[in-house]
Design a protein. Sequence first.
Length: 325
Amino acid sequence: MKPIQLSIVIPLLNEAESIQELHEWISSVLIESNFSYEIIFIDDGSTDNSWTIISDLCKKNEFVKGIRFLKNYGKSQALHAGFEAVQGEVVITMDADLQDNPEEIPELYNLIKNEGYHLISGWKKVRYDSFFAKNLPSKLFNAVARKTSGLQLHDFNCGLKAYQKEVVKHIKVTGEMHRYIPVLAKNEGFTKISEKIVQHQARKYGDTKFGSERFINGFLDLINIWFLSKFGKRPMHFFGAWGVVMFSIGFLSAAWIGGSKLYKLYHQEPAILVTNNPWFYIALSAMLMGLLLFIAGFLGELILLNTNTGKNYKIKSTNNIKSHL
């Protein structure tokens, strides 16, 4: 049997209207290009008949596979499940709303397979979204992400991406970290990352499943991933350093207060009570904060040693999936 060249991973939520059309479009492109492939749909707790359509496609086409979550866990968890199931040499992710163009797949495959990139991220240079609702916040978000991560990508959150299989098998996409998969890949040592301008299409059916809160969550996640990338494997380096700073401030303040008190007593000068000196409370608070930061660092190290690597989602059913899900 010919090895699978391409795995197409498609997370979705209530996209029943577009699934059939998307499947036909992808299949025609891949067959025309003579790819051996698999298409993996991950139903992230849809309440419409998305799973029924996926199940029918799985019966008609042995190269279509389906994973159905027990409830809505989020796009990151859907991608994680898809990445665990993939068998292809090159992995493509795309959205199910027909805004990503399958005609881009052959060139993305070539960039990964023949030019040796670890990851290619799509760049929707021309977008068909509302400027104030999506385009402007997206530009601000991507500018901050570039500055923080050091990756010069224009569109971190584009759903259309291509990866070497090794990349998706090594990264952990949890929480809402799907926006930062290039950063996760970089942190794991996959540094040959670039982007490709891709065609963006207006949504054909339904409405977007993401609200304005995704930008707030995105910036919070960006801070989180910046911290984890620098101190995730060595929390004591962060908490310990600040603990030393705070404890030193407190200790020096206490020494100054004590020295001043002894000096005035020695010279028989009137001195106020130590507890009446505001620096006493500053010194006490600083030393306590330093101690707490040290404890936080130790706890972080202990948590790392006993990390639970279990999945944070539950799969309700699968179709044509033969992996260890």
